[in-house]
Design a protein around this ligand. Structure first.
Ligand SMILES: Cc1ncc(COP(=O)(O)O)c(C=O)c1O
Length: 389
């Protein structure tokens, strides 16, 4: 009989192995080679390596003629995307009820009015029917979040946005420039934002980029990230922010971009391994997609009568030494607006109440995945008692 550690059983992982994403020596060497022996410290307009990164990142995507604006984070990129597309105070923006806090906070920060819609349980992204119902003459933009890297119904949402001439922004913080098959990613929105923070597929510990379809938006974006400096006029012209990417970040990211196929392949292999081992579990469920690059492995408690046990499950995983991401997943408006009618976000609430994110990256050893599956087996045994050993 499999026992949990606190019941006298063995710990699933004897020691917490390092599971952080790492920058490999080869990536650092590649980055140094790009920077050269002497690094000239320049203002944003003259950062050649940053400019090179913006161009190469856009070239790696499927669309022709995209324009990149590198930033210090994806949160900044989201804000720049909205502002450069002309979204501001009082404008209504459709956004999913389940996502990351940045998406809600940047809307609040610029004074936009978030119109929260529900997600689809098959992919954790905004549900096309909820979006169709929410669109009105007040809608000034749609913000589509590719949660976990799922593409969801982005094509249907982009068709709807085009039909009503509403700008679409994609939050692709969890995704990258190619899909699992190695094909370049198609950008469906007028702008798309990526994150390079410490958990992401390409990472300089921090960083982001927004890619625009129109050059006019990109020029506005470049000025906004650089304190309002307008390169064409040669002086400051309106408000802006200090959201610039450094040459060091750009060099690391260029090195990783050159290696992106290998990274995605390893990430995909780890994803498949988790999925294969966990798909037969009764207590836990996970959406699956063979084409999308999934960045964290999402596991949901499948039985609503067990939702109240989520915190207990997380505590047991801690006892078993299992690394997982303990970010408080929440229905976004709960963080920010007290008077929101949460009942329309049924699926968002289900995912927030039932979801655990396991680490998935190229540095994750097989041992971690096996330890994680064994721990979930013990937990399932304890809660519903019928897991074959
Ligand atoms: C969906 C989503 N959007 C935006 C962000 C913000 O990214 P950053 O940390 O680069 O600001 C994150 C962060 O992980 C995220 O998960």
């Amino acid at each position: 009989m499999l026992k949990l550690f606190i019941e006298g059983g063995m710990q699933s992982l004897e020691s917490a192995l390092s599971h952080n994403r790492v920058l490999e020596k080869t990536e650092l060497e590649h980055a140094y080679a790009l920077l050269g022996d002497r690094i000239e410290l320049t203002n944003y307009s003259n950062r050649k390596v940053v400019h090179q990164f913006e161009i190469e990142f856009c070239n790696a995507l499927a669309n022709d003629d995209l324009h990149g604006v590198a930033t210090n984070s994806c949160t900044s990129a989201l804000k720049i995307a909205l502002l450069a597309l002309g979204i501001g105070a009082g404008d209504e923006v459709i956004v999913p009820g389940y996502g990351y806090i940045s998406d809600a906070s940047v809307l609040e920060e610029i004074g936009a009015i978030p119109k929260y819609v529900d997600i689809n349980l098959k992919n954790f992204c905004m549900d096309i029917e909820s979006v169709s119902k929410a669109v009105s003459e007040k809608t000034k933009a749609i913000l589509f979040i590719h949660m976990f890297g799922f593409s969801g119904n982005v094509i249907a949402v982009s068709k709807l946005a085009k039909k009503y001439s509403i700008p679409l922004i994609e939050d692709i913080a969890h995704g990258t420039v190619i899909n699992r098959l190695g094909n370049p990613r198609v950008i469906h929105g007028d702008a798309a934002c990526f994150s390079f923070n410490q958990t992401k597929i390409m990472s300089a510990e921090e960083g982001g980029i927004v890619v625009f379809k129109r050059i006019t938006n990109a020029l506005k974006g470049k000025s906004l990230v650089d304190n309002g400096f307008d390169r064409q006029l040669g002086h400051f012209n309106g408000i802006g922010y200090s959201y610039r990417m450094t040459s060091f970040q750009a060099a690391v990211l260029l090195a990783q971009l050159a290696n992106i196929h290998e990274k995605v392949e390893k990430w995909g292999q780890n994803y498949e391994m988790y999925y294969e081992m966990l798909s037969s579990f009764e207590l836990f469920a996970t959406p699956y997609n063979k084409d999308d690059v999934i960045i964290y492995f999402p596991v949901m408690v499948a039985d609503p009568s067990q939702f109240d046990n989520l915190n207990w499950i997380k505590t047991m995983l801690d006892f078993e030494n299992i690394p997982f991401m303990n970010t408080n997943d929440e229905v976004l408006p709960k963080y920010l607006c007290n008077d929101f009618n949460i009942s329309v976000l049924k699926n968002s609430e289900i995912v927030a109440k039932s979801n655990i994110k396991f680490l998935l990256n190229e540095s994750i050893q097989m041992e971690i995945i096996e330890g994680c599956v064994l721990a979930l087996k013990k937990i399932q045994n304890r809660l519903i008692g019928n897991t074959p050993e």
